[in-house]
Design a protein around this ligand. Sequence first.
Ligand code: GAR
Length: 187
Amino acid sequence: MNNVAIFASGSGSNAENLVRFFASNPQFCFPLILSNSTKAYVLERATKLNIPSITFTRDEFYNSHKINDILIQHQINSIILAGFLWLVPPYLIDAYPQRIVNIHPALLPKYGGKGMYGMNVHQAVKDNKDTETGITVHYVNHEYDKGSIIKQVSCKIEPQDNPETIAEKVHQLEYEHFPKIIESIWG
Ligand code: GAR
């Protein structure tokens, strides 16, 4: 049984897509959505999906037991980062070995690391005139975007693509493949 906590910082469209994908799969339960932002749209999605959500400050995340305690209370055994922008602290990496998975909107090791998220990534891909991009799903370790890669899926970029259309292509890849990749490792 996978009791999965989703961490998200923004819109949460991947979070919602994951929850909907696994709605009829009894092996997956999503008891909690967590965010570092009280303004994140993912919180509204959580309400709509009937999933409890909590937010936390930087100090609570890095300098307290709050998040660990909450995860234990909810019997969380797996974590998915779906557009979560903060570095995961060592106490969580150590508590969930190979049980924290992140999605990155590019083909790592390209365009990874601190500050490389969302549109920053797609803008860099465009600036470099790359002819392909994609998604990387990987385990999370102590460094941004450096954990071992589980799967990558690519898509073509046409010369007329701009950062917005690249983002749209990447999001489509995410919606199609991310839940299936999770199912393949934890299903
Ligand atoms: C997604 O494209 C995800 O890959 C990316 O943020 C977006 C969140 O969209 N994650 C990163 O850039 C992490 N470095 P969403 O909130 O609509 O799911």
